[in-house]
Design a protein around this ligand. Structure first.
Ligand SMILES: [Zn+2]
Length: 431
């Protein structure tokens, strides 16, 4: 969810992380990447050691001949299929820890490529509309419905379990349970189109059956309070990622929202929570964290992490966005950033279009590598108009067309559309 005006009844507190809160308001200075890398290597995890060796041995930029982010706005699109567009047809090596590279199906047009791809969106806020506005999942006038997801070729979607920390200050846990119950009811009522997935095997089975795999991710740890048992509780209810914060600090750690930190990163409980999520096979979502809390997670986690909906400072400097150092750390960890579609994070004007979204993809690829970028729209959670050309979930094929127009190889497009996230799901989500 964006900072949103949906903080019902608490308008004075809205927009903590929205437009206007720039990075200069984040006090902690940038920690050098090398220091984190050293802490990482000292962490004595076979996975993290393997990752740090393989990832640092590899040239950081993408295998694609991408123009720099600053150049993309005026760059002449490279025609699809042009030989010069793909001088290195070999996909970049898969990170350590993943299986041998999956051969991607051949496709001769962007439409065919999109149709054959497993398309993953790691963040939609439709459950908020289901619980607050009695919206139906199958068909509705919002940005996400089963009809729209199908038309947009989206195969895997994480539904955000978001509990407003102001409105539900006294009962966040029961409110989260209520939202989960309502969402599961909607999924069950549409079993011909969607099934709930809680493992990588579930996702594969459901997608192979031609249905949408729906997963649940919790945005903000307010429902967790300060109890590790609550992490287990929501895991048992099917939640498969947890973002320690939304736009406010929690007992787990600091958000990028408020200008003043409370914990200077993760709290002690937050550090224990990271360990517990690793043990359970629950993804950690770093999208809303402060830079310091992000680095704490990246230092501690023995599993790849995800950013379910984030953008990058290299195109638009914003407290909520990732610096180049953060993108490099995420690549080192083996994780993936899902690029968000929220105007204020994408462009200083607050408005964006499809090309601006792909500018953020370009920059994330250029800095962190092609294996660490995906899509996380935040559809139904955007409190401002969506990017022009990406009005709702039906428009996902436009991203594929734009990536091809910019010269990405088919293999690289498959990775961005979903294969990167699928790699992480295979590594973290237990069957
Ligand atoms: Zn959010």
């Amino acid at each position: 969810m964006s900072s949103k005006t949906l903080i019902l009844g608490f308008t004075g507190l809205a927009c903590l992380a929205g437009a206007g809160l720039l990075r200069q308001n984040s006090p902690p200075p940038q920690e050098p990447v090398m220091a984190i890398q050293q802490a990482w290597r000292a962490h004595q995890s076979p996975l993290s050691e393997a990752l740090s060796e393989s990832e640092t041995a590899r040239p950081a930029p993408s295998s694609s001949p991408l123009p720099s982010a600053s150049a993309t706005a005026s760059a002449t699109p490279v025609p699809s299929g042009s030989p010069s567009a793909s001088p290195s047809p070999t996909p970049s090596p898969a990170p350590a820890g993943s299986a041998s590279p999956t051969p991607f199906p051949a496709a001769s047009t962007p439409q065919e490529l999109h149709q054959k791809a497993i398309v993953v969106d790691t963040h939609v806020e439709t459950p908020f509309l289901i619980s607050e506005k009695n919206v139906r999942l199958r068909s509705n006038s919002g940005q996400v419905s089963l009809d729209k997801l199908r038309e947009g070729g989206v195969d895997v979607v994480f539904f955000s379990i978001y509990v407003n920390p102001y409105k539900y200050k006294d009962q966040p846990r029961s409110q989260a349970e209520k939202i989960i119950g309502l969402l599961r009811k909607e999924i069950d009522a549409n079993a011909d189109l969607i099934e709930l997935a809680t493992s990588h095997a579930d996702i594969q089975r459901i997608v192979a059956a031609g249905k949408i795999a729906g997963l649940m991710g919790m945005e903000g740890a307010d429902p967790i309070g300060e109890s590790l048992n609550n992490i287990d509780h929501f895991y048992k209810l099917g939640v498969r990622y947890l973002g320690p914060t939304w736009s406010t600090h929690t007992l787990m750690g600091d958000s990028s929202g408020p200008p003043k930190p409370r914990w200077n990163g993760l709290s002690k409980f937050g550090k224990m929570a990271v360990e517990r999520m690793n043990q359970l096979g629950m993804l950690i979502d770093v999208s809303h964290l402060s830079d310091a809390a992000f680095k704490d997670v990246l230092t501690l986690s023995k599993q790849p992490v995800i950013a379910s909906h984030s953008a990058v400072d290299g195109v638009r400097n914003h407290a909520r966005n990732f610096s180049d150092d953060m993108l490099k750390l995420l690549a080192l960890n083996g994780g993936v950033t899902g690029i968000v579609f929220y105007g204020p994070f994408l462009d200083a004007s607050g408005k964006a279009d499809l090309k601006r979204v792909v500018d953020h993809i370009d920059h994330a690829v250029k800095v962190g590598g092609i294996d660490h970028v995906g899509l996380g729209s935040d559809f139904d959670g955007l409190d401002l108009p969506p990017p022009t050309g990406l009005e709702d979930a039906r428009r996902f094929p436009a991203i594929t067309a734009e990536l091809k127009a910019r010269g990405y190889s088919n293999a690289d497009v498959y990775k961005i559309l979903g294969a990167n996230f699928m790699r992480v799901f295979a590594q973290v989500l237990k069957d």
